[in-house]
Design a protein around this ligand. Structure first.
Ligand code: 13P
Ligand code: SF4
Length: 304
């Protein structure tokens, strides 16, 4: 099947099955183009709740599809690619959470949405990069165990000195591969460019940035800021939406390693096969799902 045929087949199957296709900004351009909604983790989680379609084809990594299923147990959530998974989602063990609960009485376990359902079920509240600061700031507990990402945790902690943060050592290999040296080289090559980075980057990178935020936050900043040039410190897939929204502005990646191999697994053919066969539905243990739903719903209540 050629690309044009695949796109036509996807459109016709989507209509026939009344399906919703959602995609993250990091997936391939062609997959973003075929999706009904493209967004950051928080937005995608909200869209899946707000839309009436009962069949959702998820073009993103597994924790995103699981989050949609946690909040919509009666909808069918099908992964476009079953092996697309985020390594960070597995970088914390349940035992560590339980140990921390035994040590601190006044503790909130704040879990980044980049985590498995099993881990979400142990958390008090879920956050994304777009709402973590806002949500943690509203929690009554003084002690915050931030899991699994250390860098996002440290970035939030700096802005909430009244809290006592305990960190975990999870990380994103895409964002930690952005080095000071490569960023400084990019800045020297484009001295007028503003630097926009994701908070999964280490502190040595975020402190050089003009703006730190989620993928949607980066797109909004670049779209509304009068600057003409931007150096982008996150996964390359975001460049598609940045250029689409701002055809007259210039965007530069920091280096060549800002590439998430899991997000990039998803092809147009996968989307077609997912729609055709519904082969990789998200299925969750009901008790675990209910527990995770409590923490994820709390995020939606606390985020404006
Ligand atoms: P956003 O929620 O900012 O889109 O981030 C998701 C992610 O996986 C970043 O690596
Ligand atoms: Fe996970 Fe990093 Fe890929 Fe985001 S970019 S999905 S955090 S591996």
């Amino acid at each position: 099947m050629n690309v044009v045929n695949t796109i036509e087949q996807i459109r016709s199957l989507k209509k026939q099955k009344n399906a919703l296709i959602v995609a993250h900004y990091y997936v391939d351009d062609a997959v973003q183009e075929i999706a009904d909604y493209v967004g950051d983790s928080y937005y995608l989680s909200k869209v899946c709740m707000d839309r009436p379609e009962q069949l959702i084809i998820f073009c993103g990594v597994r924790f995103m599809g699981e989050s949609a299923k946690i909040l919509n147990p009666y909808k069918q959530v099908v992964m476009a690619e079953e092996h697309a998974d985020c390594p960070m989602a597995h970088m914390i063990e349940i035992e560590k959470i339980r140990e921390m609960r035994a040590v601190y009485k006044d503790l909130a376990v704040v879990c980044y949405i980049n985590s498995t359902t099993e881990i979400k079920a142990e958390a008090d509240v879920i956050v994304t990069s777009s709402n973590a600061l806002e949500i943690v700031g509203q929690l009554p507990e003084k002690n915050i165990f931030f899991i699994p990402d250390e860098h996002l945790g440290r970035y939030i902690a700096e802005q909430l000195p009244e809290k006592n943060f305990i960190f975990n050592d999870g990380f994103c290999h895409v964002h930690t591969s952005i080095t000071v040296e490569s960023l400084k080289t990019a800045m020297a090559a484009q001295p007028e460019a503003k630097v926009l980075v994701h908070p999964e980057c280490p502190k040595v990178i975020t402190e050089l940035a003009d703006y730190v935020g989620s993928t949607s936050g980066i797109i909004d900043y670049a779209t509304h800021d009068p600057a003409e040039k931007f150096i982008i410190g996150t996964e390359m897939g975001i460049l598609y939406e940045l250029k689409k929204k701002n055809p007259h502005k210039q965007f530069y990646a920091v280096g060549h390693r800002q590439f998430c191999p899991n997000m990039k697994r998803i092809s147009l053919e996968d989307v077609y096969h997912a729609l055709d066969t519904l082969k990789h539905p998200i299925e969750l243990d009901e008790e675990m799902r209910r527990k995770a739903e409590g923490a994820l719903s709390k995020m939606h209540q606390l985020a404006k």
